[in-house]
Design a protein around this ligand. Sequence first.
Ligand SMILES: Nc1nc2c(ncn2[C@@H]2O[C@H](COP(=O)(O)OP(=O)(O)OP(=O)(O)O)[C@@H](O)[C@H]2O)c(=O)[nH]1
Ligand SMILES: [Mg+2]
Length: 138
Amino acid sequence: MNSSTTTPVTPRQQAASNGLIRTTFDLLESGDKAIQLTEDHRNVILIMGNTGSGKSTFTQWIAGDNSKLISKEVKADTGEFIIIDNNRISDSTIKSKTVFPELVVDSRTNAAYYDCPGFSDTRSTSNDIATTYFIKKW
Ligand SMILES: Nc1nc2c(ncn2[C@@H]2O[C@H](COP(=O)(O)OP(=O)(O)OP(=O)(O)O)[C@@H](O)[C@H]2O)c(=O)[nH]1
Ligand SMILES: [Mg+2]
C-alpha cells in the first residue's frame, strides 16, 4: 500500500484549525443571540451584496434615521466625501463592518429590512461562514 499520499498534520496546523472552528462557533452562538427576529413582519427585505458595497448606507437611507447620516471629507481639500453614521456604516477602509443581519424597520411605512453582512468578508473565513449561515437561516 502506498502511504506517501497522506501528509501528517503538524501541531501548528492543528492548533490553527482548532482556532478557526472555535471562532466560527463563537460567531454562530453570539449571532443566534444578537439577531432580532420579527414576528410583526411577514415579509422582510434582505439587503445583500459584497462587503463595502453600501448595504448599510442604503438601508439607513431608505429606512433608517437620516438625521444620523453625516457627510465627511476623506482628506482636506480633495473634494472626496464619504457618508458616515458612527455606527453601522464603515469608514471607507477595506475592513468589513456589519457582523450579523440587523433589523431596520421604516417607521413611516413599517417595511422591515435586514441589513446583512457582506460576501467576501475581509475579516476572516469564520465571518464568511457565519454570514452564509445567518442569511440562509433567516
Ligand atoms: N460615494 C459613495 N460612497 C458610498 C455610497 N454608499 C456607501 N458609500 C461608502 O462606502 C463605504 C461602505 O459603506 P457601507 O454601507 O458600510 O457598506 P456595507 O455594504 O454595509 O459593508 P459591510 O457591512 O462591510 O458588508 C462607506 O464609507 C460609505 O460611506 C454611495 O452611494 N456613494
Ligand atoms: Mg454593512
